[in-house]
Design a protein around this ligand. Structure first.
Ligand code: BGC
Length: 408
């Protein structure tokens, strides 16, 4: 400290001297008389001494301040600082509490600014149970656990689950949730999915069942139809309040992104890692979305006609709008989701053409005309495995009829 102050005072003095020196040189240039020069050299000494006096005074004042401040720090560390910190902490906790399960309502007329339009945290259809809500042991945003753990080990880790189902022991959950995952041939991703989703939803104190809906080999993958099959199969098991259509490779990173239903469908996967944690486009409805039974029935579920990659979620968004719902999104940063990479891409489809056709036929294409062959439904410890056969040729036959010019 003192080294700094002494250096400071030297700089002060020297700069005073230099100021004076510069003054002298400029006077010289003006060619002033020798009498004037001697007066100036007297003046130099005055300025030099004044500089030194000011520097010493500055050192003295700064020294006082330094000691005062160390005492202040000592005092505050002995208690006051802790008070300040805990006040800040209380404030943050209160803030987090109020934000815990707020949702932003969006619709396609609203610019994609992520700004709040309206906040909703009620679901009129549910009796809300008596488990503490919002739950007390949420962890906020935590990174995904990408370690691959064998399914037997996962069974041992999550012993609270049986037959693909979990129910809180000492209270009634806020809602009963069916997680429906369209699936084909991604065993590693499935294990990572289970190891991330189960503990998160468990911390959310919800009653839940997981349905892995696998499509048999033969036809192109049909995410929409597998979602519809999962919905029907889950509702056969029990009266779930809410169905969550969940991609296998997109996983929430934040406990405050609740697996629940509201008065409108909720799109949970808003800020996905593979889209650089941004909403890729405003009406994006892919990844993870939640529906009450009524909402899913009102929109006639997903379209059945989208085979291969893409478009079925765009049609889903259109159905939500056409049915006069407003899709909602989790509050601000709560919608962060990690993505688990996999190799190989599903074959694309003619989704633009299908989206055009769907506008006309959506009421006949979905839950209302769902046809499939249930090959197997097996209750494993962590999930219910639904194995279903989809006959693409038959489904496309229907499209021809629905889209025939005589029906227009
Ligand atoms: C597709 C959607 C897909 C989105 C993001 C769109 O072009 O139609 O199905 O979810 O891209 O990948």
């Amino acid at each position: 400290m003192h080294v700094i102050l002494v250096t400071h005072s030297c700089v002060y003095t020297v700069s005073f001297y230099h100021l004076d020196h510069d003054y002298n040189s400029s006077m010289k240039q003006l060619d002033i008389t020798s009498q004037a020069k001697s007066k100036r050299s007297d003046k130099s000494w005055y300025i030099l001494s004044a500089g030194l006096i000011i520097s010493v005074t500055v050192i003295f004042i700064l020294d006082l301040q330094f000691f005062a401040s160390t005492n202040f720090i000592r005092n505050t560390l002995n208690g006051k600082m802790l008070e300040v910190l805990s006040a800040a902490d209380n404030f943050t906790n209160k803030f987090i509490d109020t934000m815990k399960h707020k949702l932003i309502i969006i619709d396609s007329d609203i610019p994609d600014s992520g700004s709040e339009q309206h906040v909703s945290d009620h679901f009129s259809n549910s009796n809300h149970g008596n488990c503490t809500w919002p739950p007390l042991n949420l962890q906020g945003r935590t990174p995904l656990n990408r370690t691959d753990i064998a399914i037997e080990k996962l069974d041992q880790k999550y012993t609270f689950m049986a037959d693909g189902h979990y129910k809180p022991k000492n209270c009634t959950a806020y809602q009963k949730i069916a997680i429906v995952v369209p699936y084909r041939d991604r065993q590693l991703q499935l294990r990572i999915f289970l190891n991330n989703v189960i503990p998160r939803i468990h911390r959310q104190q919800l009653e839940f069942g997981i349905y892995i809906v696998e499509q048999t080999a033969g036809s192109l993958f049909n995410r929409g139809m597998l979602s519809n099959i999962g919905f029907v199969q889950a509702m056969k098991d029990m009266a779930y309040d809410c169905v969550v259509i969940h991609d296998l490779d997109i996983l929430p990173e934040d406990d405050r992104n609740f697996y629940i239903c509201g008065d409108n469908p909720i799109h949970m996967a808003t800020k996905v890692e593979k889209f650089k944690y941004r909403v890729p486009y405003h009406s994006f409805a892919g990844g993870i979305s939640t529906f009450s039974k009524k909402q899913y029935e009102d929109i006639n579920g997903f379209p059945n006609q989208f085979f291969g990659w893409g478009g079925e979620d765009d049609e889903l968004f259109a159905r939500i709008k056409r049915s006069n719902y407003k899709m909602t999104r989790p509050f601000d940063a709560h919608g962060h989701c990690g993505s688990v990479q996999h190799s190989g891409q599903r074959t694309g489809n003619d989704r633009m053409k299908m989206l055009q056709i769907s506008r006309k036929i959506w009421k006949q294409d979905g839950l209302t005309d769902l046809e499939y062959n249930l090959v197997e439904k097996r209750r494993k410890q962590l999930y219910v495995w639904v194995y279903a056969d989809i006959n693409m040729a038959k489904v496309r036959e229907k499209l021809k009829k629905l889209n025939s010019p005589s029906r227009k």
